[in-house]
Ligand binder design. Sequence first.
Ligand code: ADP
Length: 205
Amino acid sequence: MNGSDSESMRATYAHLTGGVTPEDRAHRNGRSGRVVWLTGLSGAGKTTIAIATERRLFDLGRPVYRLDGDILRAGLCGDLGFSADDRTENIRRAGEVAALFANAGILCLAAFISPFRVDRERLRQQIGPGRFVEVHVATPIEVCRRRDPKGLYRRAERGEIPDFTGISSPYEPPLAPELVLRADRDPVDVCVAELVGYLEKTYSA
Ligand code: ADP
């Protein structure tokens, strides 16, 4: 299906569901749904920051939901591996799911390595530039390697994990993200405060 086919499908479905648009929901809720996309190397801190941000926004009474890459890979994306094509498809599906949450009026936090710039740019177009917040969790690889919370770098360096981002597969940092978090320099609570501050400042109907 090409882009314009999928656009016309979306328009068709909007009609079939009675024409309640994301704008209608935003008007009622006083806020629009958005996708906050955290990208960065394995071990950068994406999941840690997303979990704490979800908690903080939830406690503030915001409609928020966090998509977890590992859970998606265990279910919806269980047929995919880590080749470049499979990574692209993994991100495409995650983006579709995130867009559904945003359409439902929810702030969707999505933490995915998502190493390829072109895939993230496609998400921006797919979700809508105004509703896509790209956050680069910019922890340098030496720090991620030292942290190695899941022992993945050690295994990748032994050649046990093919196509491992940063070791045997590239990571393309965003060129113009909405926000850069320095999770190597700033503690978790500072990163979360920065992200929540940005979202609260810019999060409206
Ligand atoms: P990712 O989801 O990017 O693979 P994780 O959040 O799973 O990364 O792991 C990051 C690790 O780094 C965790 O063990 C976390 O406790 C640690 N860490 C140390 N400082 C920070 C920080 N400022 N922000 C996020 N994580 C941090």
